[in-house]
Design a protein around this ligand. Structure first.
Ligand SMILES: [Zn+2]
Ligand SMILES: [Zn+2]
Length: 270
């Protein structure tokens, strides 16, 4: 008899937003963290809230060198001797921000590659964003596919193809365009956020997700919300409306979820 592969991948968005990002993914045999955009102390307290301990991590994957993604990276890595994985350009760009990392904890994970961590295959893909070489990740475990994609100026067809029909997607819904335009940010910052190397608006998130969602997709987490130019309800309503207009029906089997800057999402099986 053929042995059945047990699908068992779980995740928690520990923190998400312009104030700091971190996402935890585990199977029965692998444990990974993507980004450490909060202080070491804060990250440890978030791990406690989901009943996990950072000392058991197999590694930390880095998306890009902006401080909301690497603030506590060096501290956490040194404290628990955790390997860090980032592409070459990101290493160069972040090295002077994270303190000294011992050579045996430094690993390369280039763009458009797949690396295997135990029973998790992790695929990296590049995004358009104003960092040295930003990349995000798709996690494959058996039949299950879990995607993390934020910090994108626009969602290219290539990205849509890579992340298509994930069981679970954590996707950027950064700002409401009207709130941003009427808000207090100086014009050059507004232009940066709206530009091709900035962030995805609620409006664009809905449009992109309409092309990304497939038959397998069950849960979408709206992530990296701007503290000043967005609200959870507004993001959810906006994305939901766009998707409903495209014929998607929300219900028990398919739903949108919030993420929070301070409160981790429940550790959830994909
Ligand atoms: Zn960024
Ligand atoms: Zn960011």
């Amino acid at each position: 008899m053929k042995k059945k592969v047990r699908n068992n991948v779980r995740f928690s968005v520990l923190a998400s937003g312009s104030t700091g990002n971190a996402c935890y993914v585990e199977t029965d045999s692998s444990r990974l963290l993507v980004d450490v955009g909060l202080s070491g102390k804060k990250i440890e307290s978030l791990f406690k809230k989901i009943n996990r301990d950072p000392k058991f991590l197999d590694g930390i994957l880095v998306t890009h060198e902006h401080s909301d993604h690497i603030k506590g990276l060096g501290i956490l890595s040194r404290r628990f001797k955790l390997p860090i994985y980032a592409n070459e350009k990101t290493w160069l760009a972040m090295e002077n921000q994270i303190g000294k990392i011992p050579t045996d904890l430094k690993f390369h994970f280039e763009c458009d590659r797949v690396q295997t961590f135990g029973d998790l295959d992790v695929e990296s893909f590049g995004v358009s964003h104003d960092a040295a070489s930003p990349q995000f990740y798709v996690f494959h475990h058996g039949e299950k596919k879990l995607t993390l994609a934020t910090d994108m100026g626009y969602v290219s067809d290539r990205i849509k193809g890579t992340v298509k029909d994930s069981d679970m997607i954590i996707f950027e819904s950064n700002h409401d365009i009207d709130m941003l335009m009427m808000g207090k940010y100086p014009w050059n910052i507004k232009r940066r956020i709206l530009g091709d190397q900035g962030h995805v608006s609620n409006e664009d998130a809905g449009e992109a997700l309409a092309e990304i969602i497939g038959d397998k997709t069950r849960r979408i987490y709206l992530a990296h919300l701007s503290k000043d130019n967005n609200m959870k309800d507004l993001a959810r309503m906006s994305v939901q409306q766009t998707l409903e207009k495209r014929g998607f029906e929300f219900g028990e089997k398919f739903a949108l979820y919030d993420t929070d800057a301070e409160v981790p999402t429940d550790l959830t099986t994909v």
